[in-house]
Ligand binder design. Structure first.
Ligand code: MN
Length: 165
């Protein structure tokens, strides 16, 4: 957190009097972190959730997809970090290659970090299909669970219809 690291710098200055920059970056100026969920028709269908963090995509493979309801947690297998460029990837991975099969982008958007520790990642998604607060928590080794913290998303939620005429 820049606020904490720059506490000493801040304590020495009155930013109402000095033209020097303060340590706090306005919320709107902060670059939003991106997420993507890729639907991956590999040997086994799964969804890959990737969260932008420190220049890479921290990734989980979610066999049953992102749970829309807080009553049902889904397994999320922590996998290797992916390059950020991967967030835009959709296409065919050749048969016989690692992850061979079709990848499509199920949803993409931004997220806010509520909490991020070694074993627990709490975020709020701002996507087209995926919105709301979720927590991922480690159960054993690479096995994590993903849990929706907000009430269920409206199953009838659809994009605004395009009016003609
Ligand atoms: Mn995958």
């Amino acid at each position: 957190m820049p606020g904490r690291k720059l506490a000493e710098y801040e304590a020495k200055r009155d930013f109402k009097r000095t033209p020097e920059p303060g340590a706090k970056v306005a919320r709107a100026e902060r670059k939003a972190l991106r997420f993507v969920v890729q639907e991956h028709h590999a040997r086994r269908l799964h969804w890959d959730l990737r969260l932008e963090k420190d220049g890479v995509g921290v990734s989980w493979a979610v066999p049953k997809g992102i749970p829309p309801d807080p009553k049902k947690n889904h397994l999320a297998v922590h996998v290797e970090d992916h390059p950020l460029e991967y967030f835009k990837f959709a296409g065919e991975i050749p048969k016989g290659e690692y992850g061979g099969g079709t990848v499509t982008i199920w949803d993409a958007g931004t997220y806010e970090t509520v909490k991020w520790t070694e074993r627990e990642v709490m975020v709020e998604f701002h996507g087209e299909r995926l919105t709301g607060k979720y927590v991922l928590f480690q159960t054993r080794g690479n096995d994590w669970m993903i849990h929706r913290m907000d009430p269920p998303q409206d199953p009838d939620r659809k994009p605004m219809p395009q009016r003609i005429g």
